[in-house]
Design a binder for this molecule. Structure first.
Ligand SMILES: NC(=O)c1ccc[n+]([C@@H]2O[C@H](COP(=O)([O-])OP(=O)(O)OC[C@H]3O[C@@H](n4cnc5c(N)ncnc54)[C@H](OP(=O)(O)O)[C@@H]3O)[C@@H](O)[C@H]2O)c1
Length: 301
């Protein structure tokens, strides 16, 4: 298959392009700055801005499939002049339109767990609206909604450390927001399987990791991996939100009201669709394992 991976130079894109290339597909990674990519030889590069139709339409031409991984991180307040609608919604509209006009049928849309046009944050709303664009298209689409993804090149663990300090740290609501992070090494083969199997067309899949962890748990693991301990002190959610909203940002990280809101939203899954791809929940890698920490033996009966 001849695949264009839009956003193929990012965290998930780098891993997915490598996996598709190793499976024998012809892969092109598209982004605004493809030369910065850390991709293995043999993967072609294309330059384009998904929010500007004319800059990507020629790149889409001639492919069998397009994967949309174009992203603006929800963890940080967007820099001035960019926004989630522009990147996630407009970018999707342009890629879908280019595929329809240039006869590229297969389309894999990377959405996110909780995507909802009426959701609480600009990211979640744009992801929800983008899903609607994809579903209403003439394409042979599949939509994938992962929980937060961790692994080499990912920002989740680093972000947690930026938000906190070792030894004693305050977290809004005591860091009780629940996540179910999935390892990039578990997610990417499933994404490649989705793309290769026509039976996945017209489906929406939700993927998460094997364990639910609170933000406080993730913070503790991140510091434990560095041999440091941490005690989490709760900051009342309303107070944190007020402080973050009034200041618009806290020192060092661009953190705004949407980021505070997202810390109130659990990001977990009851029915994990990894099992539809022959993957058992116990086969999935935990964050603890990924960080190289000792795994507790299960309690004896
Ligand atoms: N990482 C997670 O935990 C997670 C969880 C759930 C869902 N997702 C979704 O998975 C997808 C990929 O996420 P990721 O973590 O891999 O993101 P990422 O590391 O931030 O990579 C984003 C990619 O998009 C490119 N890009 C950004 N704006 C662009 C534009 N206007 N036109 C063309 N390319 C553009 C970037 O390259 P340039 O900057 O050079 O353009 C980069 O290649 C996104 O849809 C994200 O919402 C991620």
């Amino acid at each position: 298959m001849n695949v264009l991976v839009a956003g193929g130079t990012g965290f998930i894109g780098t891993h997915l392009c490598t996996e598709l290339h190793e499976r024998g597909h012809d892969v092109t990674a598209l982004s605004r700055s493809p030369d910065d990519a850390d991709l293995p030889p043999g993967i072609d590069l294309a330059m384009g801005d998904a929010s500007a139709y004319d800059s990507i339409v020629e790149d889409v031409d001639g492919h069998d499939a397009v994967v949309n991984l174009v992203s603006l991180s929800p963890l940080y307040e967007p820099p001035e002049g960019t926004g989630h609608r522009e990147v996630h919604l407009r970018g999707t509209e342009n890629l879908v339109r280019a595929c329809e006009e240039r006869g590229v049928d297969r389309f894999l849309q990377m959405s996110a767990l909780g995507a909802d046009p009426d959701g609480a944050t600009a990211y979640i709303r744009a992801k929800g609206e983008a899903e609607t664009v994809v579903r209403e298209s003439d394409l042979e689409w599949t939509i994938v909604r992962p929980s937060v993804v961790f692994g080499e090149g990912g920002e989740f663990v680093d972000f947690t450390k930026e938000l906190t300090t070792p030894y004693v740290t305050g977290l809004p609501g005591g860091g009780r927001t629940r996540f179910q992070p999935i390892w990039i090494g578990d997610l990417v083969p499933i994404l490649a399987d989705v793309l290769e199997d026509d039976a996945r067309v017209g489906e929406t899949y939700e993927f998460a990791g094997p364990q639910v962890a609170t933000l406080a748990d993730v913070t503790e693991l991140a510091y434990e991996a560095e041999g440091k301990s941490v005690t989490v002190v709760p900051i009342p959610m309303e107070l944190a939100k007020l402080g973050l909203t009034a200041a618009k940002s806290v020192p060092f990280i661009p953190f705004g009201p949407d980021q505070a809101r997202s810390l109130e939203m659990d990001n977990t899954l009851a029915d994990n669709d990894v099992t539809a791809f022959g993957v058992e929940l116990e086969d999935l890698t935990t964050l603890r394992e990924h960080l190289g920490l000792e795994v507790e033996a299960p309690a004896a009966d």
